[in-house]
Design a protein around this ligand. Sequence first.
Ligand code: F0G
Length: 468
Amino acid sequence: MNAEIPSNSRIRRRSWAEPWKVKVVEPIRMTSRTEREAAIREAGYNTFLLRSEDVYIDLLTDSGTSAMSDSQWAGMMLGDEAYAGSRNFFHLERTIQDHYGYRFVVPTHQGRGAENILARIMIKPGDVVPGNMYFTTTRLHQELAGATFMDIIVREAHDPTCELPFKGNVDLDALAALIERVGADRIPYISLAATVNMAGGQPVSMANAREVHELAARHGIKVMLDATRAVENAYFIQQREPGYASKPVAEILREFCSYTDGCTMSGKKDALVNIGGWLALNDGNLYEEASNLVVVYEGLHTYGGMAGRDMEAMARGIVESVADDHIRARVGQVEYLGRKLIDAGVPVVRPIGGHAVYLDAKAFYPHLDQEQFPAQALAAYLYEDSGLRAMERGIVSAGRDPETGRHRHPALELVRLTIPRRVYTQAHMDLTAESVVAVHEERMTARGLRLVHEPRYLRFFQARFERL
Ligand code: F0G
């Protein structure tokens, strides 16, 4: 179960070596610099618009990009593709109940499918949803349902250099003040994210989750967890929070979820599958509504947009995801890359997060104004240098304020080097670090970008730019 746990997270020895070996490989190709310059120009300097074929190391996202195990692939052959009541659904339902602890499960095609259903059944126009920093799709579904999102993450989360262990925590005073100001009846739920993506993959402590739950319960407000990377969060609790060092990650995960009333989940991250998600709830009435509405948007309540085989792969992936040796190797690889960059003097968000290393583009390119999209520009330079694909997480991702129509200016202007699970080797991480260091050395000659095409929703996915 949990024989040896490293006593701190600064991994210098290779104590996190992967608990698997490679069985199948997929070729990747290094292109020439001229080819890459043409490809990124044609992609409007947006890494989402590149062809995957033209990418050498793909650190765009950890979403749906993980490698499945032989057991998961074997499970794919056991898909029960009945329209209703698939055997794989019941296996998945039981696995989620066992590992996350919620009573009811509504399957969805991915995380945002669950976010849509949750927002529609719980939010009424004029509501306020507090959360520990926004996530793009989560906030958009809350807004489309008529709510306003309010950020209640601790202040330190906005400072990339601050080394606190739990920078994803909720600021309890800010939450209490917000409840006081707008009234509990206008707060349908608190949106609590585990390892906060937009803050750099920073975890929430168990103590904080418990206190959020207590405060919310005193006002009759529910807490809904974004469990997308809750296993990674549980690992950080094991490593950093007093009292948890000898507890298995699986047990920590269950306790963490017990302080919440339900969750939305993108199975494409922690759960080690290429597609899938769910909404879990403890309240029977909410479940009734959700399992009815899912039929409108996703599919019947026993498949929710997934094939039987997808549900089987996810059930098996959940079990693998909570194994201590798996999660230690997974986060260990991210820390390995982060440490290399820190040692080379590259500005990154500290401490290193669970799923990605985040470059601090404001510190990287101090000569660029935020409206020249420094993080977007940096991601393009990285691609030109080595075929490395990263993602902007700054002013472009933040979008526009729906009331004023102006750019939101987040304090964090970041480029995310996101590590897929069980996919890349240590040599790939070394090459990634070399490329980032090379681009950092040429930082003073970097130019910003101009926005030339801006879609209405989640603009970062499809926006186009030109180099200034
Ligand atoms: N919540 C978090 C914290 C996420 O990171 C994501 C997706 C979602 C919800 C939505 O899930 O993609 O399955 O619909 N994040 C991906 C990323 C896209 O690259 O960070 P989804």
